[in-house]
Each structure stands twice: as structure tokens, then as C-alpha cells.
Ligand binder design. Sequence first.
Ligand code: AMP
Ligand code: TRP
Length: 339
Amino acid sequence: MNNAQTSRVFSGIQPTGNLTLGNYLGAVKRFVEMQNSGIETIYCMVDLHAITTWQNPSELKAATRELAAGFIASGLDPEKSILFNQSQVGAHSELGWVFNCIARMGWLNRMTQFKDKAGKNRENASVGLFAYPTLMAADILVYHATHVPVGEDQKQHLELTRDIATKFNNDFDVNFFPITEPVIEGVATRVMSLRDGTKKMSKSDASDMSRINLTDSAELISKKIKKAKTDPDPLPSEVEGLNNRPEAKNLVNIYSGLSGLSPQVILSENGGRDFSKFKPDLAELAVSILTPISNEMTHLMKEPDQIDKILGNGAAKAAKIANPILEQTYDIVGLIRSK
Ligand code: AMP
Ligand code: TRP
């Protein structure tokens, strides 16, 4: 990514369930890298997106605080990044409404995440779940964010964000919203399930053995890695040898994401070894990185008031950026704002 062209980074994660290793490698670890490279960074717990499917109210509050703790424990610093929960900044929803009037039904009908989440019974999905991507576009564009780090699964939503910005600019003959760049980089943009190398590792998978949660104990992390599905062959020495071996590829990619070594370097060192030898090394690496994060999360979670204060301060900073952009949007659209 070219820093010189970057003015602002925004990303969000839903506070539903635990943060997984997929969220960590695909998103949070890169949020931290961007923060530390000195770019202006805004990271949001998207609680309004969470309620597009049913959430138990007290669990939602707990999950939002836990996500905040996960962000901070992973290295996001409230002094360097703006950290807040979406519902505390009303401008997201307000711009989301305007975008509901820009986006077309046909565009939203094509969204694969809606199809996946709504399942067979689409008539029974919430209207919010259908409109999810317009609120996501508002999250990003209400800050005029230029870059959005996400995992591979969010690519289609970011294309829609660009379509909304383009249509708005064309409809009103302005050059107001930036055409945001997705930042989908690295080997771990799609961490797969430990039980099935063709399925994404997900918070919502029925089997807890399919994923590593940031809150898992060292023993559980080791157990999950040792029980991870693999094929019977030893590791290849070249990256090409991972083709058509989704589980092997996934474990090498996870090792790569955690260690920062390229898959080729890992295979040069491990080619010919059996998974029974490689997995304990991977487990040790995962534990060494995730246990300090998990310990820090437990520590932070003991002070929920402190977390709420951080979110409130972050929301106030976020609103200062978002409100003037919302005001200008209303003006462009022709909505009167009394002085
Ligand atoms: P979510 O948990 O769906 O709110 O996702 C939060 C962020 O984590 C998004 O940027 C996702 O693209 C990313 N993410 C979720 N699951 C994975 C995965 N298995 N591999 C890589 N990135 C992921
Ligand atoms: N849709 C994203 C996900 O499921 C979460 C999200 C909401 C988001 N708003 C966003 C991500 C804005 C990036 C930018 O992972």
C-alpha cells in the first residue's frame, strides 16, 4: 500500500461471538500494522450490523466489550486509533438512509453474504440484513475513508461501496465521496476451517473445533491444531505442491500469517516433514502469539467501565469527523439544515 496516497483507513468487525484466528490474521493484525505506520486509522465495532440477525441483548453488550478488549490486547491503541462502537455515532445510520435511496434493489440482490446469511427462507430475513451493505458503505464513506483493510469475504461489499460513491457523485454531479480501495493483502486473507479446508474459518460454525478463538487456552489451541484435518502426505518443498491440498495449504498459510515468514521459506525448511511433526511447531507458534493477547483480554474485561469510557471517547472523536461530512451530504441532496 502506498502511504502517500492514503488519507484515512476505516474498518469494522461485528461484535458477534468470539474473535477468531481468521479475524486476527485477516483483519486485526493488519489494523495494527496500519496504525503503527502512522496513517490515520478508525476501527469500529459494528453493533448495528450485528443486530441484522437476532442478538441476545446482554450477550451483545458483552461481545462488544470483548471485541474492544480484543482490539486493544492485539495492539490497537486508543491514543493512536479511533476505537468506538457504531451505534454511538448516529451519522452512520443517517448516511445509511441516504445510501438506501442511492443503491438499487438489483445491486443488493446480488450480494452473496445476504444469500448465505438469509439461507433458504429469504422472506423471513430482516430488512436490515438486506440493507446491510448500504450501512457498511456509510460506515466507510461518512469518514471519506480511502482504504479499508478486510478479509477476502468482504470484497463484494467494497465493490458495492465504490458503486454507491460513484452513483452518488454522478447523480448530484459532485466529486464528493472517494472511490475507496479495499486492502486485501497477505497469505491469510482467507483462513479456512480446521475441519474442512474448503470452508472459511467462522465465528458462526457449529463446530468449535473448526476455529481458534482468541480467548482459547493454550491447551485448547494445541488440541485444535493437533486434531486439524490434513491429508496423509508429508509437506511439499515448493508452494506449487500445495495445490489441491486445501488443508495443508491452510496450515502453512496460518504459520505464515503468524510468523511473517513466506510460505516458500516455511516449505524450504519443512518440506518432507510429516504433519505429526509440523503441527506441534505450529501449535507452539500460535500459543506464543495468542496467549499474551488472551491474557491481556481477560485483564481488560475485568474493567468494563474503562472499556465503555474508551468507546465513548472514540465515538466523540469519530463524530467530529463524520458530522460535517453528513451535513455536506444533506446539503448536496437538497435537505434543509436550519442554522
Ligand atoms: P466478521 O467477523 O464477519 O465481522 O469479519 C471481520 C473481519 O475479519 C472482516 O474483515 C473479515 O473479512 C475478516 N475475516 C473473517 N473471517 C475471516 C477468515 N476466515 N479469514 C480471513 N479474514 C477473515
Ligand atoms: N461487513 C463486515 C464483516 O462482516 C463488517 C463491516 C461493517 C465492515 N462495516 C464495515 C468492514 C466497514 C469494513 C468496513 O466483516
